[in-house]
Design a binder for this molecule. Structure first.
Ligand code: BG6
Length: 486
């Protein structure tokens, strides 16, 4: 069991905190993973009345927790962990002294987590104020939210600023995809099953697709999203992290250092896409009005209320230039307002080296492994089999279908933030991102962004579809097709 810790959530009244971070802590409490003596300190800019803020947290838990998770008894107990405070994260004032007093009222070696649920522009100043007020102890960790920067240079600047006050070992850069249990299962599948260990390279695999499709549109994030676009918002972090887990070599140990070293090697081996390569290997899209779940939804420009060339969809053909993956295309795809919400990794194997069956028994389809990360967690393996209801030899594809949630009597609630916040409190950095990974990911993304600056409008796709036709054509060039869920 974890020791008690203090977690200060800067930006504690913001959307992320109310939607994800505080519900995550409540779940930790319900599961018995929030030790007595832990203090959760959401900071806000102004607080007329502490009870008012606590009531607001209660309301948000009621609306953001899943059905059946909220109950008055647990809330009452959980609310005693909350110590809301006013802190101005860019100005020195007396509130910092109150925060200091609170934190120093407990043992010196109590783990202290500062969670920056703040715009990256103020990460540096907030770190400086923490340091000026001598709030950074040896057992302090800082959790930094994405996006770290809008390009390689701005990310470096932010990372350098934080590094003036915190050691790299104290900086926990979060990518919530790494906290998803199913994403961690990728490593478990690969590194604890000999059949995958031995069939995971260019000799056996033809191509790999990594796809995160969403049905939501802009939500209430127009200001942020229109500046970022899908490449920065999803590919630079979530998709590249999934790519790392799929493609990396086995770490020698399950330590943060070993895992990060292997992930970094994948990022370093990504073949750069520069100028004409960008044209040839990427597709940008933007949604226009369309039918989604039997409802007509507006297009991106209608939601935004102005003109924009921002992409809400990206498809990329990437290559990893190393011994294991030589010649294997990795197709990355993500988009808003697509037909279904789904995150999947699809591994398409090569065909058998010698086909003993002739055309009359039906063609042999290559094996396919589909690892679905959300919304349901499943693993499907498609194999060729003889039709058992036929005296003649006839082949057909059959699917081994494993629904992982069925392994648990009461299902399971995977909460990425809960896992990552508790990991930060216990000092386990293995699911967080090293500065070098951020740098390397941007080094691959920057030339794509630069090329796109003059590329004009993205290809249009109707909301409720799988993206623009250009994305299908990208795969057709290699005789491949997207595997579309359902
Ligand atoms: C966030 C992006 O990091 O991930 C959002 O900023 C996106 O635009 C979200 O909707 C998707 O996360 P999940 O866990 O719902 O797949």
């Amino acid at each position: 069991m974890l020791n008690p810790f203090d977690i200060v959530i800067f930006g504690g009244g913001g959307d992320l905190s109310l939607r994800k971070l505080l519900p995550a802590m409540y779940r930790a409490y319900q599961e018995g993973n929030l030790p007595e003596g832990t203090r959760i300190v959401p900071t806000v800019r102004a607080l007329a009345n502490e009870q008012e803020f606590i009531d607001k947290v209660q309301e948000s838990l009621k609306s953001f927790l899943a059905k059946g998770e909220y109950n008055a008894k647990d809330w009452k107990a959980f609310s005693t962990f909350l110590k809301p405070m006013v802190v101005n994260v860019t100005e020195q004032d007396d509130n910092w002294l109150q925060l200091k007093e609170l934190l120093e009222s407990d043992a010196d070696d109590k783990a202290r987590v500062f969670y920056y649920s703040l715009p990256p522009a103020v990460y540096g100043r907030c770190s400086e104020l923490l340091s000026d007020n001598q709030l950074i102890t040896d057992t302090t960790r800082v959790v930094v939210e994405k996006p770290i920067g809008y390009c390689g240079a701005s990310a470096e600047e932010i990372n350098a600023k934080i590094a003036e006050y915190f050691k790299e070992s104290q900086i926990y850069r979060i990518d919530h995809y790494l906290g998803k249990e199913t994403v961690q299962n990728l490593m478990a599948l690969r590194f604890s099953n000999v059949m995958f260990e031995n069939m995971w390279d260019a000799k056996t695999i033809d191509n790999i697709q990594i796809s995160i499709s969403e049905t939501v549109g802009l939500e209430s994030r127009a200001g942020f999203y229109d500046k970022a676009g899908a490449l920065r918002d999803m590919v630079q972090n979530h998709l590249l992290q999934l790519l790392c887990l799929v493609a990396m070599e086995s770490p020698n140990k399950l330590t943060a250092k070993s895992i990060r070293t292997e992930k970094l090697k994948v990022l370093e081996a990504l073949r750069p896409l520069v100028d004409a390569d960008v044209e040839a290997n990427t597709v940008r899209g933007q949604y226009v009005p369309g039918q989604l779940d039997d409802k007509l939804v507006p297009g991106y420009l209608e939601e935004l209320g102005e003109n924009s060339e921002t992409e809400t969809f990206v498809a990329i053909r990437a290559h990893i230039d190393n011994w294991r993956w030589s010649g294997v295309p990795f197709y990355l795809r993500t988009g808003k307002r697509m037909k279904k919400r789904c995150a999947e990794i699809i591994v398409e194997y090569k065909n058998v080296s010698h086909n003993v069956y002739d055309e009359t028994v039906g063609g042999i389809e290559p094996n396919r492994l589909v690892i679905r990360l959300q919304p349901e967690e499943s693993i499907q393996l498609t194999l060729m089999s003889k039709r058992l209801d036929n005296l003649e030899m006839q082949l057909e594809p059959v699917t081994l279908d494993l629904d992982l949630s069925k392994n648990y009597e009461n299902g399971f609630h995977s909460d990425a933030y809960k896992r990552l916040m508790l990991d930060a409190a216990s000092g386990n950095a293995s699911l967080f991102i090293h500065r070098d990974e951020v740098r390397q990911a941007w080094a691959w993304i920057d030339p794509i962004i630069n090329h796109w600056k003059t590329a004009g409008m993205p290809a249009l796709y109707r909301a409720g579809t799988w993206g623009p036709d250009d994305a299908d054509e990208l795969l057709a060039e290699n005789n491949h097709t997207w595997y579309n869920a359902g």
